[in-house]
Design a protein around this ligand. Structure first.
Ligand SMILES: *Cc1c(COP(=O)(O)O)cnc(C)c1O
Ligand SMILES: [Zn+2]
Length: 476
């Protein structure tokens, strides 16, 4: 018999602007009445209070041992996410359960900070976007089954990782789903470009930045029959809530005196994490809400600019982005900003604390390289989180809290920035000057001309002797 839960709840879209509710039988991205962004709401959530927080903890802890394929990934927390999906609809490609790795002793001592990275780069397409895609594609599969659709075109705009994840999950599902991704030409890394190409997606590009691509796919989603896979799609938000559930479970549901640092781009991830934390708090699954810190680069910081104003007179303005190494978060007008506003109010009403920290491009690069030189695999956005933690400490906004930093993708996706730093070739618009003690370069031990003059045996010996000299090796 399957371990898959029997429970099914009724869910609806709720508009963040006019508060109207809409049924989930249709693919909706924005409110048909006012155009506002949507969130998904479990109409029967209150019923969950019949179980105690302890009972919920036990259920999720026991589920760690399940053999049920559908519950092995992000859907370990099925009840809190999408209790409308059937087992056969759920996709699992190895998403979720990314490791939380404590900062090395030396790194903690150097920075006088106590923290860990959650390495989201260990998801199947090497970023947290897989969590959202597992959510969105599982719902899409349910829709295909129900409506017997024979042709579904999915589309997304991307700063790189969304398209990598969409193409991967789309390729796995196959017929009748076809995947199209739209990228800002030259604004995604070569690794990120290779991913959707390798998964067989149709890859389209236009000059401009992410915000331009987003407007194009929104136009398409409004006027044509396509399934939008950007985080406007609320099923992605639900999938990404799993990050919060995993952090809580890892720390035995004790989040008092913890601080979560999350980079903000389109603000889908911070929305999801906040939503997950709120649900757990309402059900007494966690002891307390952790302190929550969004982090933005000074080259793309609309959310920081908003929350940095006095509460009474805050006004939101999109910003024009400048070149950023945190390229996956280089967004001037985050789609999920209204969701953030709504959830921050709720978070604070429940006693939670929300902050946004601004960091420089220089601080991001220095922090990423420092972390990786201490055994981490952080991307630039993870570096942004560490820079944010250092800044928060310097500003007196954090004291003895244990921090969990979201390293949102694998370092390899962003190795080009590391290469620019190491070789001293950073374009000036980034405003990054490499620090010599953080640079690393390959050393050529013997040149080609010399090689030609030597026999094979001599060549081996000469190379070894050169290395011994270069490294000051002692003879045995
Ligand atoms: C998408 C992405 C972000 C930004 O997340 P949002 O949900 O858009 O705020 C940060 N880092 C990486 C690696 C990403 O792919
Ligand atoms: Zn509305």
């Amino acid at each position: 018999m399957s371990d898959f839960p029997k429970i099914r709840h009724e869910m609806e879209y709720v508009c963040t602007k006019c508060q109207k509710h809409h049924g989930i039988d249709n693919l909706l991205y924005t409110c048909p009445d006012c155009g506002g962004v949507l969130l998904l709401n479990d109409l029967e959530f209150e019923k969950y209070k019949e179980k105690s927080g302890k009972e919920w903890q036990k259920l999720f802890d026991e589920r760690r041992a399940t053999n049920c394929h559908a519950l092995k990934g992000i859907f370990r927390f099925y009840e809190l996410m999408a209790p409308v999906l059937e087992e056969e609809d759920i996709l699992y490609l190895g998403d979720g359960h990314s490791p939380i790795v404590e900062a090395s002793k030396a790194l903690k001592e150097k920075l006088k900070l106590n923290f860990a990275f959650k390495h989201e780069g260990q998801n199947p397409s090497a970023s947290f976007k897989d969590r959202g895609m597992a959510g969105a594609f599982s719902y899409l599969k349910a829709m295909v089954r129900k409506h017997k659709w024979d042709n579904v075109l999915t589309i997304c705009a991307s700063t790189g990782d969304t398209s990598a994840a969409a193409a991967l999950y789309g390729a796995y599902v196959g017929d009748p789903i076809k995947t199209v991704v739209l990228l800002p030409e030259g604004k995604v890394t070569p690794q990120q470009l290779s991913q959707p190409l390798g998964s067989g997606a149709t890859v389209l590009q236009i000059p401009g930045v992410f915000d331009d691509c987003m407007k194009v796919v929104e136009y398409l989603a409004n006027n044509y029959r396509v399934a939008l896979l950007n985080s406007k799609n609320s099923w992605r938000i639900l999938g990404q809530e799993s990050y919060a559930y995993e952090v809580a479970q890892e720390y035995r549901w004790q989040l008092q005196n913890k601080a979560l640092f999350v980079p903000i781009g389109n603000a889908g991830n911070i929305t999801a994490i906040m939503s997950g934390l709120i649900k757990m708090k309402k059900l007494d699954i966690i002891d307390a809400l952790p302190r929550l810190f969004g982090v933005q680069s000074h080259h793309a910081d609309p959310v920081y600019q908003y929350y940095n104003q006095p509460k009474e007179t805050r006004s939101y303005k999109p910003v024009e982005v400048k070149a950023s190494v945190a390229q996956a978060a280089m967004i001037g007008n985050p789609v999920s900003f209204p969701r953030v506003q709504k959830l921050v109010a709720e978070y604070e009403a429940l006693g939670g604390d929300f902050n946004v920290i601004q960091v420089t491009e220089q601080e991001i690069m220095d922090a990423m390289i420092l972390a990786n030189m201490h055994g981490h695999i952080s991307c630039t956005q993870g570096g942004e989180c560490l820079a944010g933690l250092i800044k928060a400490k310097n500003l007196g906004k954090i004291t003895d809290e244990f921090a969990i930093l979201d390293a949102t993708a694998h370092a390899l996706k962003f190795s080009g920035f590391q290469e620019m730093y190491f070789s001293g070739n950073f374009p000036s618009e980034f405003g990054v000057t490499p620090k010599e003690n953080l640079q690393n370069k390959p050393h050529t031990i013997i040149d080609k001309e010399k090689k030609q003059t030597l026999s094979k045996e001599e060549y081996t010996k000469q190379c070894a002797e050169n290395i011994a000299k270069f490294m000051n090796l002692l003879s045995k």
